[in-house]
Design a protein around this ligand. Structure first.
Ligand code: RB5
Length: 149
């Protein structure tokens, strides 16, 4: 799968570790489009949320992954882009439900509150769970109908 991935300074280290892992057989052999940031120098998270969200919205990536301190700012910003359903996820069960119930196409991880093995389990769960459809599709269509044009 082609994945767009981004972070601010708070998520930089975790992004680097997880991007490398996602390329390996254990991580799923994904293709990674890394939009930055590329150091721990302070940056503004909306700039990277926009890049990842637009890559997903424009179908240059199948899904997006964002890291910041809490995941919250990234989700707020990414959800401004039409067609994006970004979810803050903090454990594998929530990640599974974000895919199965909400058809989330971007996940936002709270890097300051997770370690690397926890983040790996979350991404594995998110990337391997399919959307459930049915009653969930009806609800997701209602979300999509709320997009700003
Ligand atoms: C940066 O200090 C922090 O505000 C940011 O990483 C994120 O948690 C915002 O939602």
């Amino acid at each position: 799968m082609k994945l767009a991935i981004g972070s601010d300074h708070a998520g930089y280290k975790m992004k680097w570790q997880l991007a490398n892992w996602l390329r390996t057989p254990a991580g799923g052999r994904h293709k990674i489009l890394d939009v930055g940031t590329l150091s721990e120098d302070s940056v503004d998270y909306p700039d990277f949320a926009r890049e990842v969200a637009q890559a997903v919205s424009g179908k240059r990536a199948a899904k997006g992954i964002l890291f910041c301190g809490t995941g919250i700012g990234m989700a707020m910003a990414a959800n401004k882009v039409s067609g994006v359903r970004a979810a803050v996820v903090w454990n594998p069960q929530v990640a599974e439900l974000a895919s199965e119930h909400n058809d989330a196409n971007v996940v936002c991880l709270p890097a300051r509150f997770l370690n690397t093995p926890q983040a790996q389990k979350i991404l594995h769960s998110f990337l391997t769970t399919r959307f459930g459809g049915g009653r969930h599709l009806r609800r997701v269509k209602k979300i999509n109908g709320m997009d700003r044009k």
